[in-house]
Design a protein around this ligand. Structure first.
Ligand code: ZN
Length: 498
């Protein structure tokens, strides 16, 4: 798994006007950039930038691209709109960068110069890093199984240019960090995209082992007999019908002394979700390979932390199973005994994510000593009905953890919206012949029913957050994975560093 679409390599230390044929100039549309700030870049491109500005070519829309072939030493000068200056944000810079990246890819450009002075003066913490992040994310394309496109540029060299060379040198380490983070997001996306005939619970464990080896991390995999010994009736039942048996993958990242907080991340990885006997309709069924996005996000976060050498402690747990239809598959009406001793009546075999997460959450608390416990799951269609593709549902037993995640959500634009987990909802999962049931009575509050179910498996004293990422884990057409959650948690971890 190496093919990452188009990668952007950022290099510093060059003066404008050298080497590249294409000059990229990000600028705000309103107010119009002052002439003196443009005169420096104009000097290299025969006034092409101010001419584009004069004819009103900078669109109001963020990411609007206008270009001219008349540019002095450059064959093409490309102005990318950042929208109006007073509304500029890190998110808008990333969006504009993504548009610039797509343009470069479409035009098959191999080398470009990026004039960053249009980014500098604004009220965004790390504008140039955000730009590099946006470009690297936009370069992602899942083309591993396509015949090679010989014209496609695999690597674009981007020369970072500015009047102020010391500024460029100072920014280069941050740019490299941003690229490393984006590559970890793209890694999560690439895992999510793998089809179910390639990624099953065992091959996913193999991928986790490979990644762990790369960074010299400890990785262990509990296989089905071990899960049985530990009594993980939920994870075992869900994966029982598939050829490749379920497993629980664990990776430990130790970047800080033992006494430091230990964040435990739990991901749902249903490598394919047929729905089981509560079978799903056939339309869109192919997108059910994306039911492992939660697990992919956890692996992406661990990779990011390891590559960035974050001084923090993490445990990543990925509960992996395939929800198949077969004569050995679990059935509606089955009563399962979970690892924590509670019994669950299966109402729907399609509400399988909470069954595997419940056992993984139990394991996390028993063996990993979490100071914070965060799970990621494409858990319910209901959360997409409620919040669309825009936001993940956040459910938590801890206001401080929720607030911290909320702040990271604001900073990264990976949106979260908190939903309640009041005890009133518990009534919906009360069992008849069992302690609880895995699906609510009537069609009420599906995302919350998922959360309230998981809450049954979490100690009140452990700060826990459940992120139902069923919406934003994929794009609007459910054709492309986004790696949602990686940037969010890396921001959360980074802000908590000593
Ligand atoms: Zn399902």
């Amino acid at each position: 798994m190496a093919n990452d679409g188009t990668t952007f390599e950022f290099v510093g230390g060059a003066r404008a006007g050298s080497g590249a044929h294409v000059l990229i100039v990000p600028l705000t549309s309103k107010p119009k950039p002052p002439m003196q700030s443009l005169s420096q870049v104009d000097a290299y491109c025969d006034d092409a930038v101010s001419e584009l500005v004069d004819v009103g070519a900078i669109g109001k829309e963020v990411g609007h691209v206008s270009h001219t072939t008349r540019g002095g030493v450059y064959r093409r000068v490309v102005v990318v709109s950042l929208g109006s200056a007073d509304a500029l944000s890190a998110h808008k810079i990333r969006c504009a960068a993504a548009c610039a990246a797509k343009w470069l890819i479409d035009e098959r450009v191999k080398q470009a110069a990026l004039w960053i002075d249009g980014l500098i003066s604004h009220d965004v913490e790390r504008p140039v890093s955000e730009w590099a992040l946006g470009m690297t994310l936009a370069g992602f394309s899942f083309c591993e199984y396509k015949r090679p496109d010989n014209g496609r540029v695999e690597k674009v060299r981007v020369k970072v240019v500015s009047e102020d060379q010391t500024y460029v040198s100072a920014k280069m380490p941050q740019i490299r960090e941003a690229v490393t983070l984006a590559q970890a997001v793209n890694y999560a996306r690439r895992i999510a995209h793998q089809p179910a005939n390639v990624i099953n619970p065992s091959t996913l464990a193999g991928e986790a082992r490979r990644m762990a080896r790369q960074y010299k991390l400890k990785c262990s995999v509990l296989d089905a007999p071990q899960l049985k010994r530990m009594g993980m009736g939920g994870l075992l039942a869900v994966g029982r019908g598939a050829e490749h048996k379920p497993c629980l993958i664990r990776i430990d990242y130790r970047g800080a002394p033992r006494a430091r907080p230990n964040t435990v991340l739990v991901g749902k990885a249903i490598t394919f979700d047929t729905g089981g006997y509560s079978i799903k309709p056939s339309a869109g069924l192919e997108s059910m390979k994306f039911d492992k996005c939660g697990g992919a996000t956890v692996l992406g976060i661990i990779k990011a932390a390891a590559a960035l050498k974050l001084p923090c402690n993490l445990v990543g747990l990925v509960a992996a199973a395939e929800d198949a239809v077969s004569q050995t598959a679990y059935r509606p009406g089955d009563i399962l005994k979970m690892a924590n001793g509670k019994t669950v009546e299966v109402i729907s075999t399609d509400a399988e994510g909470r069954l595997i997460l419940a056992d993984a959450l139990w394991y996390a608390q028993k063996y990993c000593k979490p100071t914070a416990l965060i799970d990621f799951a494409t858990l319910t269609g209901g959360v997409v009905t409620a919040l669309g593709k825009t936001a993940a549902g956040l459910m938590s037993n801890d206001d401080a953890l929720s607030a911290d995640l909320g702040e990271s959500s604001r900073r990264t634009h990976e949106r979260l919206w908190r939903l309640p987990l009041w005890d009133d909802y518990r009534e919906l999962i009360k069992g008849t012949d069992s302690d609880i049931r895995n699906s609510g009575k009537k069609r009420f509050a599906h995302p919350i029913v998922g959360g309230i179910f998981l809450k049954e498996f979490v100690d009140d004293k452990v700060p826990w957050a459940h992120l139902d990422i069923a919406g934003p884990a994929t794009d609007d057409n459910e054709k492309e994975a986004t790696g949602f959650g990686v940037r969010l948690i890396v921001d959360y971890l980074t802000r908590r560093l000593p």
